[in-house]
Design a protein around this ligand. Structure first.
Ligand SMILES: Cc1ncc(COP(=O)(O)O)c(C=O)c1O
Length: 464
């Protein structure tokens, strides 16, 4: 059939990166002219590619190239049967993070995007602008709850995601890490248990360790997200002070729960009256252009403590994040004050300026598209270089990949060898309080793709 021949031809062009992941395919009229076929043949070819999982139709926008279908199976669901555990040994995270600032090491470890992925020039102009126009204010403290114009912009964005939040409920923090820290300070006392996804972001485990809490790992499916049945059982069985999770394009699995599952999760938490600390730091980075809802959207009982920041979208160095702590706002504000007095004033004002002038949406689209390409490239190279039985996550946003290696691998000791060889990755065990996932590792894909990176990947694959 003619349309299948055209579909094959277009598939080859996608494979050769002539049409890159995240970009729009020429319209069907243009395709029909370019390939000398009728418009209906072009339409059928696009539909065929949609079925093959290579294109995605977006209403009124056309067809977009999506990540190729899985080349590798997804990682397996972690084992169940956990009990609450004290968290220890998170100091080794610092060793990994320090590698980011070492110019001799290719950073596939820390989830810090290379500046190539960020709107550096526009941010630079925003900083210049506020330093010029609000010089005196920039020299002083912007005491908690933070700059009103920034809080107004954050509330507007949340309202756009259907969360009922006003400016008066937004507390500016020293990025997402402090937001989560304050939220858990509000909700727990030493010795309490906090439920987490398994695997979970190691930064959450660090906060849990520093507050003398215990972590209860809940099995998390690499595609569907946290197991609601296991969570329900765990909340029946253990006195859990809070659940903390990354709701959209999680770290490390890249999971984005469906709206139905988010509502079911909220239902479960309402039933047990357990608060949720929602970390939505990757939510603005979907590969398909559709921003998923925060779980906060369905919070009718004031149980969700919403945390996020601009670290993955604009700049991790800016250190600006936010917390919506509901009824505990005044206490949270006081904790922010005694923790660090205030948040960097020029950063707050520059971010507010950036948001007020509508730069954010454009820059998000661009960053998310670049992240999609980077993840696709990394996925393809992993499929070529790593052992055949390696399982790889399929994130639909963000920029990290989670790999489950075949056989009995010890990625924690592998990390030391890899660092000596000039490449970092995050070993799986860092993502568990119970010492699981030592056969897994996480790769940061938001890195500059050049010959040095290629060499680093080959080195890593050989070590594996
Ligand atoms: C899921 C998640 N939450 C929070 C953070 C910390 O973010 P911030 O730089 O805003 O403190 C990170 C950073 O890697 C992260 O991946």
């Amino acid at each position: 059939m003619l349309y299948q021949q055209l579909a094959d031809r277009l598939q080859n062009l996608i494979g050769e990166n002539i049409y890159e992941v995240g970009t729009r395919l020429p319209g069907v009229r243009q395709l029909s002219l370019q390939h000398e076929v009728s418009v209906s043949t072009a339409v059928n070819a696009c539909r065929e590619l949609e079925q093959r999982g290579l294109l995605e139709a977006r209403p009124r926008a056309g067809y977009f190239v999506r990540l190729p279908p899985a080349q590798r199976a997804a990682p397996r669901l972690g084992k169940t049967g956990a009990t609450p555990r004290a968290v220890t040994g998170q100091q080794r995270v610092l060793r990994l993070l320090q590698a980011v600032n070492d110019p001799d090491i290719v950073n596939l470890g820390a989830a810090v995007p290379d500046a190539d992925f960020l709107p550096v020039a526009v941010m630079e102009r925003a900083f210049h602008h506020v330093l010029r126009t609000q010089r005196r204010r920039c020299m002083g403290y912007e005491f908690p709850p933070g700059a009103p114009e920034l809080r107004a912009q954050i509330a507007r964005r949340l309202a756009g995601h259907q969360c009922q939040v006003t400016q008066d409920e937004v507390l500016v923090t020293n990025s997402c890490q402090e937001a989560m820290h304050i939220a858990l300070q509000l909700l727990t006392k030493p010795g309490d248990t906090v439920a987490v996804e398994s695997p979970t972001y190691y930064g959450l485990l660090q906060v849990i360790e520093s507050l003398g809490l215990k972590a209860l790992e809940i099995p998390t499916d690499p595609v569907a997200g946290i197991s609601l049945d296991a969570l329900d059982l765990a909340l029946e069985r253990w006195p859990v002070a809070a659940l903390i999770l990354v709701s959209n394009f999680s770290n490390p699995l890249g999971v984005c729960m469906t709206d139905e599952r988010k509502q079911a999760l909220m239902h479960c938490l309402n039933k047990h009256k357990v608060p949720l600390v929602e970390d939505d730091i990757y939510g603005d980075l979907p590969f398909n252009g559709r921003r998923p809802s925060p779980i906060k959207r369905w919070d009718t009982e004031g149980l969700v403590y919403y945390c996020s920041s601009s670290s993955k979208t604009l700049s991790a160095g800016m250190r600006v994040g936010w917390l919506v702590p509901g009824a505990q706002f005044e206490k949270a504000r006081h904790l922010q004050f005694i923790n660090t007095l205030s948040v960097n004033t020029p950063s707050q004002l520059a971010l507010a300026h950036f948001l007020q002038h509508g730069h954010f949406e454009r820059s998000l689209r661009n960053s998310a598209m670049e992240y999609a390409k980077a993840v696709a490239r990394m996925n393809a190279r992993v499929a070529q270089l790593f052992p055949r039985e390696t399982r790889v996550s399929r994130p639909a946003g963000g920029f990290v990949l989670w790999l489950e290696l075949p056989g009995a691998q010890d990625t924690l000791s592998l990390m030391e060898t890899a660092l000596d060889a000039g490449v970092s990755f995050a070993p799986g065990e860092m993502f568990s309080a119970a010492g699981k996932y030592n056969n897994c590792l996480r790769l940061n894909c938001a890195v500059r793709w050049d010959a040095r990176l290629e060499r680093a990947l080959i080195t890593l694959a050989k070590l594996v």
